[in-house]
Design a protein around this ligand. Structure first.
Ligand SMILES: Nc1ncnc2c1ncn2[C@@H]1O[C@H](COP(=O)(O)OP(=O)(O)OP(=O)(O)O)[C@@H](O)[C@H]1O
Ligand SMILES: [Mg+2]
Length: 266
């Protein structure tokens, strides 16, 4: 069974082509990394997959279901951690997760137990009844992961889940993702700018640049093509012609979004 099948997907914002005739396949149970420089089209692709943007041309299927025709069914199979912070600061951690459980129709009788379970997985049990506005950045990210997991998604979509976290917090997010993957046989589709982490975590990665797919394969095979000592960062540079250093994270859009969330969170 194919978890995700993207064929001929294009997405424009006005004249700007953000995703350009993209073909991509993610297998069931795989951890797949979508890599590429800022503005490559990763988030846009994930938003189409996630039914937030209807596909303008081409098609996307999630476990055989079309994102356009079967949007509701697709949404139920998905857990999504967006690039921009999405939690509600005026609610406690537990309330934030409960709200998602309700949204995703987790049966009423199971809700409390399910919420407690995912809070435990992300190690937020002790902080669960504090307002989320008092959480650190790493705790917020783990809370978002708990929200994405509460409906036991077949496909977990993570858009830069570890951005802004210290190395220990990053490891802890990834360890939890791997644990969930093993426990529930979840498929994981993620984006990250940390090449070392993608190398360790992902079964396969795709390199995206200017909305197009430049390369896809296992980290080992892509590195081997570049030479005996090549790193995934070398692969990234080769296919995108850009360096990871000195890049500004996000544009004004992102900054505005983050500020708005920060305000909302007090
Ligand atoms: N809502 C929007 N309106 C106009 N342009 C947009 C919008 N969203 C994205 N874009 C543009 O589409 C392109 C792809 O953006 P996208 O957010 O998909 O990139 P990305 O690969 O996720 O980048 P990053 O690594 O910075 O998150 C960029 O040029 C961006 O400016
Ligand atoms: Mg993005």
């Amino acid at each position: 069974m194919t978890a995700v099948e993207v064929s001929g997907l294009s997405h424009r914002f006005g004249d700007h082509v953000a995703v350009d005739n993209l073909d991509l396949t993610v297998s069931d149970g795989e951890c797949f990394g979508l890599l590429g420089p800022n503005g490559a089209g990763k988030t846009t692709t994930l938003r189409v997959l996630n039914t937030l943007y209807p596909p303008q041309s081409g098609s996307v299927r999630v476990f055989g279901l079309d994102v356009k025709a079967d949007a509701m069914a697709v949404r139920r199979m998905l857990g999504y951690v967006p690039q921009q912070l999405s939690i509600e600061g005026a609610l406690s951690g537990r309330e934030n997760v409960s709200w998602f459980a309700r949204l995703f129709d987790v049966p009423r009788r199971e809700r409390a137990a399910r919420v407690a379970e995912v809070l435990d997985i992300v190690d937020l049990t002790d902080a669960a009844d504090r307002l989320a506005s008092t959480y650190s950045g790493g705790m917020v990210r783990r809370l978002e992961l708990a929200q994405a997991l509460v409906n036991r998604p077949a496909l977990l979509v993570l858009d830069e889940p570890t951005v802004g976290l210290d190395p220990v917090a990053r490891d802890s997010v990834w360890a939890r993702v791997q644990e969930m993957q093993e426990r529930y046989g979840m498929t994981v589709l993620l984006t990250t700018h940390y090449m070392e982490e993608a190398d360790i975590l992902c079964d396969r990665v795709a390199l995206m640049h200017l909305g197009q797919l430049r390369a896809v394969g296992t980290p080992a095979s892509l590195k081997a093509e570049r030479g005996p000592d090549a790193s995934l960062e070398d692969v990234f540079r080769h296919y995108t012609g850009s360096s990871l250093e000195g890049q500004e994270k996000g544009g004004l859009r992102d900054v505005r979004g983050t500020r708005r969330t920060a305000q909302r969170m007090g």
